[in-house]
Design a protein. Structure first.
Length: 195
């Protein structure tokens, strides 16, 4: 019975980003639709994970009629990205810290690109427009960075299989000395099955 419980917990852990990223993206994109910025510019650039679908459909009734389609496309895109991050076993703390730091930097840099704070607010309407834009833009950039970094990190930090030196990956078959002849690392005794 404990094995089944552990398997369920492990499966929940594996599916963390697959369900979380679409939900986070959709909530922030929906909030961003209320504060879209000048001519929906911030909504479009911040919601890039879903906005691509609008180029596939001709809809003259405006962004609100297209919002369900945008949310569906963005949610599906983010689910795929989340699945990839789950498969790479991306650390949760790394994701949340990177996302919040990047979102803050994007917000600050974008507001500072105007001559004054008042001019920035006149251009895009409100601070909320910048915040929601930055959260979604930061989410996209964070996911792209993690998708580039995590495969490299996983390859370089891959644990050698049993029977190999955990330090230098030297084959220790038949070694009885207790140390690796290649690097001098102490060999940890491995438990035999059934012990």
């Amino acid at each position: 019975m404990p094995t089944t419980k552990n398997n369920k917990r492990s499966k929940r852990h594996r599916m963390f980003y697959t369900w979380l990223l679409p939900v986070v993206w959709a909530v922030v994109a929906f909030a961003s639709a209320y504060y879209p910025g000048d001519e929906y510019g911030l909504l479009a650039t911040g919601s890039v994970m879903g906005i691509w679908v609008l180029f596939l459909v001709k809809n003259s009734s405006g962004i609100w009629a297209s919002l369900p389609l945008l949310l569906l496309a963005g949610g599906a895109s983010m689910a795929v990205v989340g699945l990839l991050l789950d498969l790479l076993r991306t650390p949760r703390r790394l994701w949340i810290v990177l996302w919040l730091v990047l979102a803050s930097l994007i917000c600050l840099v974008y507001i500072e690109s105007y001559p004054s704070y008042q001019r920035a607010m006149c251009k895009n309407g409100s601070l909320q427009a910048y915040i929601f834009f930055s959260l979604n833009a930061g989410l996209t950039v964070t996911c792209l960075i993690l998708l580039l970094i995590m495969p490299v990190w996983r390859i370089t930090h891959r644990k050698p299989p049993a029977g190999y030196c955990q330090n230098c990956n030297y084959d220790l078959t038949g070694n009885k000395s207790g140390t690796c002849p290649e690097c001098g690392e102490k060999i940890q005794p491995t438990a035999k099955p059934g012990e």
